[in-house]
Design a binder for this molecule. Structure first.
Ligand code: NIG
Ligand code: FE
Length: 401
C-alpha cells in the first residue's frame, strides 16, 4: 500500500455532495491504483510519500487535444504575429491541410516518438488523462494508423488516452471542391473501418465555414452513432453555422469552442446533457479577443469543462495550469470553478467520471502533489506552479528510491 501522508490541504470536487471540498491535514491510502482511504494522519503503508503539509489535487483531465501530428507550424505563428489571421493562413495553403502530408508519409514508429514525447510533457504538468483526436491523416489508412499510435501510447505510457476519430477535421486537398465525395468516403468507408478497428471511442466533426457544413456534420455524426461511436463536435469556433444546435440534436457528449454561440443556442445546451468544452488557450494563442461566454453558460445551467485544444496550429499549449490561469483571467471563472472544469467536469466529458476526476474512495489514484499551499496559487504562478510529484494509477512519476 502507498500512503500520501502529511497532506496540508486536499482540494477536490466531491461527486456525492456535489460541491468542492477542502480537507486539511489528512492522508490518502492507495492500494494498487485505487484510493482506499482518506483520513486522519496515521502512519501505515509499505511506501510513504511525505507531502510536507502541501496541496494535493486530482490529476488534470484534458478533454480536447489534437496530438497526432509530426512537426509544429511555428511559421504560421510568425505569420499571425505579422497580422495574418488563422482563416487567411488556412485559405493560402497553411492550416490543418498543411499537416496532412507529413502524417501520411510518417511511419507508425516516427509518429509514436512524437506523440510519446508530447505525453511526457502533459504528464509532467499534471495531466493524467487525455482525450486525443486524430485528424491529420484524412485518408482511411492514415487515420487508422493515427488511432493505432494513440492505442500504443495508451498501453505503453503512464498517461491514459481516450481516442477520438476526427476524419472530419478538414477536406483533404485531393477532394478540393468535392466535399460530398469526402463525406461519402467518411460515412461509407472510414467510419465503418474505425468502428471495426475498435480503438476510437468518439467521433468529432469540425462544423465550420470552409470545413463541414451543418448538413454534412449531421450526416457524419449520425453515421458515427450507428457505428457506436459517441458524437462530439467543434462548434461555433469562428462562425455560428449551427454547430451547438446540432450537438443538442444528436445528443453529443460535448460541444467544443463556442466563442460564437448565440443566446438561443445556450438555451438549447442548458436543456441538454451536452457538456460545453471551452478552450481559452485557442483565443489566446490566436491573439483574438473573443472568448467563449463562460459566465453566461454557467449562469444558464450549462455544464462546462475546460481543456487545452493542444494542436500544431491554433493552440500549441499543453499546460493545464496555464489554461486554468486563462480561465480565471479571461473567462471569469473562480479558481474552484476552473479546477472543477479541468478535473471532474472534464472526466464527465469523456464518460469517465465514475473512475477519475476527483479524489474519492474507490476512485483511481491520479493525483498531483504540489509545492503550493492553496489552489489559488496555481493560476497565480501561471507559467510554472511547482509540482512535487504526479501520482498516476497509484504510481509516483518521480520514483521514491
Ligand atoms: O481545434 N478547429 C479545428 N482544429 C483545431 C485546429 C487544428 C490546426 O490548426 O491544426 C482547433 O482549433
Ligand atoms: Fe480542437
Amino acid at each position: 500500500m502507498l500512503q500520501l501522508k502529511n497532506i496540508g490541504l486536499l482540494s477536490t470536487y466531491n461527486s456525492t455532495t456535489g460541491s468542492f471540498e477542502n480537507i486539511k491535514n489528512c492522508n490518502i491510502d492507495i492500494e494498487n491504483d485505487i484510493i482506499i482511504d482518506i483520513g486522519e494522519n496515521n502512519n501505515n503503508g509499505d511506501h510513504m510519500i511525505d507531502c510536507n503539509q502541501k496541496l494535493v489535487t486530482p490529476g488534470f483531465v484534458d478533454a480536447h487535444t489534437h496530438p497526432v501530428f509530426k512537426n509544429g507550424r511555428e511559421k504560421e505563428f510568425i505569420q499571425r504575429i505579422s497580422g495574418k489571421s488563422y482563416e487567411e493562413i488556412a485559405a493560402k495553403g497553411g492550416g490543418i491541410n498543411s499537416s496532412i502530408e507529413e502524417v501520411r508519409e510518417s511511419t507508425e514508429i516516427e509518429l509514436l516518438d512524437h506523440v510519446k514525447k508530447r505525453m511526457d510533457e502533459f504528464l509532467s504538468m499534471g495531466t493524467t488523462t487525455i482525450e486525443a483526436k486524430t485528424g491529420y491523416g484524412l485518408d482511411t489508412e492514415s487515420e487508422l494508423k493515427s488511432l493505432r499510435v494513440l492505442d500504443h501510447v495508451h498501453n505503453n505510457h503512464k498517461i491514459d488516452i481516450f481516442p477520438t476519430f476526427l476524419g472530419a477535421h478538414s477536406i483533404p486537398d485531393e477532394f478540393n471542391g468535392d466535399s460530398n465525395a469526402y463525406v461519402d468516403l467518411l460515412c461509407n468507408e472510414m467510419i465503418p473501418a474505425v468502428s471495426e478497428q475498435g480503438i476510437a471511442k468518439f467521433c468529432d466533426v469540425f462544423c465550420e465555414e470552409g470545413y463541414f457544413d451543418l448538413k454534412e456534420s449531421r450526416k457524419i455524426l449520425k453515421t458515427a452513432i450507428e457505428y457506436d461511436l459517441v458524437p462530439r463536435i467543434h462548434a461555433d469556433e469562428f462562425s455560428n453555422i449551427g454547430g451547438s444546435k446540432l450537438a443538442s440534436e444528436v445528443k453529443a457528449i460535448s460541444a467544443d469552442h463556442l466563442m460564437e454561440i448565440s443566446d438561443e443556442d445556450i438555451e438549447l445546451l442548458s436543456n441538454s446533457d451536452t457538456i460545453a468544452i471551452l478552450l481559452p488557450g485557442t483565443t489566446f494563442f490566436l491573439g483574438k479577443e473573443k472568448y467563449a461566454p463562460a459566465r453566461k453558460l454557467i449562469d444558464r445551467g450549462v455544464h462546462i469543462a475546460i481543456a487545452s485544444d493542444f494542436n500544431p496550429g491554433s493552440c500549441h499549449i499543453k499546460s493545464m495550469p496555464f489554461i486554468i490561469g486563462l480561465s480565471c483571467i479571461y473567462l471569469g471563472l473562480s479558481v474552484k470553478e476552473a479546477l472543477k472544469a479541468t478535473t471532474w467536469s472534464a472526466a464527465c466529458a469523456i464518460n469517465e467520471e465514475e473512475r477519475i476526476g476527483s479524489i474519492e474512495l474507490g476512485k483511481k489514484a491520479d493525483l498531483i502533489i504540489w509545492d503550493l499551499d492553496t489552489i489559488e496559487q496555481i493560476p497565480y504562478n501561471i507559467t510554472s506552479p511547482p509540482i512535487r510529484n504526479v501520482i498516476k494509477n497509484g504510481d509516483p512519476l518521480i520514483s521514491l528510491d
